[in-house]
Design a protein around this ligand. Structure first.
Ligand code: URA
Length: 240
């Protein structure tokens, strides 16, 4: 059991004093009933509450998928473009969700965010080698030798060890689906450049066994539940 004031604090509604004031102002209801007592105690697990009419479910950790639009930076302090964090409600930012790996400002597609540090660590660990799938639009026609180079490994300037795509499928003359297991800076752009082409547009469609749902519109986010989290953590062998 947890006091309502502490529960709201854990869910990103500000300091304990902020949460107390919010509750006393009559903005909060719990399981459909108004509650103005900051010290009322509830079982947190599975608790549904509303703040200013917006419904929430208590979550120990927040896990989200965002359909990242182009023209957004994955930084909390963006330099040239709005931040992806501006697309999330304030409580999620206040509870400290962070992107699991970054996408470039001009890359679109699946971005996962969470406030579970261990999950971030597991999903980004090089040992885990979680596959990430990108649809790549190229400037030049992709030829068989470029596909061959991407599959057998290309050398990037900051590492003598070649980087190979796990999979590379031609989708069109200037379009391919590329699967990589690393999460390095500008990785796909640098791999395509090393193979003698150039990325014109980049879209991430999946991480592990989880694909960006077609129903998730550009700029919108959704909660991820246990089944989706298990899919996300599936490694290249398909196990968890
Ligand atoms: N590789 C890139 O070059 N950019 C991204 O945003 C993601 C992967």
């Amino acid at each position: 059991m947890i006091e309502l004031e502490r529960l709201l604090r854990s869910q990103g509604f500000g300091s304990r004093a902020d949460c107390r004031a919010l509750i006393r102002s009559g903005s909060v209801s719990v399981a459909g009933q108004p509650c103005a007592d900051p010290f009322a105690r509830f079982e947190a697990e599975g608790l549904r509450f509303a703040v200013d009419g917006v419904a929430w479910l208590y979550r120990r950790f927040a896990y989200l998928a965002l359909h990242k639009p182009a023209g957004h930076e994955c930084s909390q302090r963006p330099l040239h473009h709005p931040s992806v964090y501006s697309l999330l409600p304030d409580p999620l930012i206040k509870r400290g969700v962070q992107a699991v790996g970054r996408l470039d400002e001009d890359t679109t597609g699946l971005l996962v965010l969470t406030d579970d540090g261990q999950f971030i660590h597991r999903l980004s660990s090089p040992k885990k080698a979680v596959p990430k799938v990108y649809e790549v639009t190229t400037r030049h026609v992709v030829d068989a030798s470029q596909v061959g180079a991407l599959l057998s490994g290309v050398v990037l300037h900051d590492d003598p060890e070649p980087v190979a795509a796990l999979d590379c499928t031609l989708l069109g003359e200037r379009c391919l689906r590329l699967t990589v297991t690393q999460g390095r800076y500008h990785l796909v752009k640098r791999m395509l450049a090393a193979a003698g082409n150039r990325v014109e547009a980049l879209h991430r469609t999946s991480i592990g066994g989880f694909s960006l749902p077609a129903s998730l519109e550009v700029g919108r986010w959704m909660w991820l539940e246990a089944a989706e989290l298990a899919l996300l953590a599936a490694d290249k062998g398909g196990s968890f």
